[in-house]
Design a binder for this molecule. Structure first.
Ligand SMILES: [Zn+2]
Length: 390
């Protein structure tokens, strides 16, 4: 199988993507991947996430600009929230719009549900320009003006290096033996210091070595942080403080981790329920609340992994005074993000949407919508309409 065939089978791409990577960054990504024997390929697909793929000995990094398109919008929401004139309800709708747009794409293999999400997205009044219309990067310009361009770049470097390191581990996992030893040592130290709660449980899991996947993820995270700050420190002013570079970087990627974590939460909640609906039918809707409780356990675990990684990054660079409270704009998060996240995965909304889903499903399954071309037409049609309305 060739890469084009892979893309055709597994990715639904838009012909005229709304966003392309900045030239300077894409040149940097091409050179780093190239020197590691990996082809770098920019795409814009409904999958949204970047991916490392290996096909018949050839390795590719698929860089999905759709993810960055949504993330730029999310960061803009932060800037919007900082403005004293903006009403709370505006931010609420704005974040909802991003969440529904995300769900519309992520559920495109379930056309009927995707369509309902698209309608909710359109209803927020924050519809972005239609897909297949190239935007002359006004979002990025706004981020630059507001002083958040570096936040965006830091996030990209972090994700990029994380993926490259996954690909290197796949070839030879032994090159990370030293990292692993450090990680285990620092986790033991954390436990000796009597840290409690979920972070302790994650640290214990690592020491017990039960979850190889978790250890690999943490290795990739830590190396990505090290590589990124090495690069950022090199390009910063002479005499810049190394610790400050690390602290600034952690602050920057906190936004990315919040965005990514939020989207994972929303999707996880909807996936769990969708499977239940397909298996058990309408009565499953009644259990939406239980599902959310279960999801919260998963979310707490993911959050504690983030905190553990940031602690370890501090420790690896020789600092001992990590405090997670230094790195989160708690007010912004609790006031603007949390209400929207709770709404988009609330049992009330789920019940409402799943009722629509069960009503519409027979109509939708009567037609063959599962081919990528038709699906994009449906989604694009809905979104085009939204664009005009908004
Ligand atoms: Zn990973």
């Amino acid at each position: 199988m060739e890469i084009n065939e892979y893309l055709k089978l597994f990715r639904k791409q838009l012909f005229y993507p709304r966003l392309k990577e900045e030239t300077q960054l894409s040149e940097f990504f091409i050179s780093v991947t190239g020197s590691n024997g990996i082809s770098f390929s920019e795409i814009y697909s409904t999958t949204i996430y970047p991916e490392f793929v290996q096909i018949e000995g050839e390795r590719f990094m698929l860089w999905d600009n759709h993810f960055w398109d949504l993330y730029e919008r999310f960061l803009l929401g932060f800037i919007l929230a900082k403005s004293p004139k903006v009403d709370y309800s505006v931010i609420f709708e704005y974040i909802n719009a991003i969440s529904f747009l995300f769900l519309t794409n992520r559920f495109d293999s379930v056309p009927c549900l995707s369509y309902i999400f698209a309608r909710h997205y359109a209803g927020t009044g924050f519809a972005v320009p239609p897909y297949n219309k190239f935007e002359a990067t006004p979002n990025r310009d706004k981020l630059i003006t507001a002083g958040y361009h570096k936040t965006l770049i830091s996030g990209k470097l972090y994700v990029f290096f994380h993926e490259v390191i996954h690909s290197l581990i796949k070839i030879d996992s032994s090159i990370f033996d030293d990292d692993r030893e450090d990680i285990i040592r620092f986790c033991a130290e954390l436990i000796d210091n009597n840290i409690d709660g979920q972070v302790r449980e994650t640290a214990l899991e690592i020491i017990q070595g039960k979850d190889e996947g978790l250890i690999e993820e943490i290795c990739c995270d830590l190396r990505a942080i090290t590589e990124s700050i090495r690069l950022l420190h090199k390009s910063s002013a002479e005499g810049a403080d190394k610790k400050q570079t690390l602290m600034d970087f952690i602050m920057d990627i906190r936004y990315l981790l919040t965005f990514h974590g939020s989207m994972l939460q929303i999707e996880g909640a909807w996936q769990a329920n969708r499977r239940g609906i397909d298996e058990f039918g309408a009565e499953f809707i009644l259990h939406a609340e239980d599902q959310i409780t279960q999801q919260n356990v998963v979310i707490n675990k993911a959050n504690s992994r983030v905190n553990l990684v940031l602690y370890l990054a501090f420790r690896l660079h020789g600092y001992t005074d990590f405090n997670s409270d230094d790195f989160i704009d708690a007010e912004w998060f609790s006031k603007f993000i949390v209400p929207s996240l709770e709404f988009v995965r609330s049992s009330d909304l789920m019940k409402k949407i799943f009722e629509d889903y069960l009503n519409l499903k027979p109509r939708y399954s009567a037609v063959e919508f599962r081919t990528s071309k038709n699906m994009l037409v449906i989604t694009a049609a809905t979104l085009n309409g939204a664009g005009r309305g908004g």
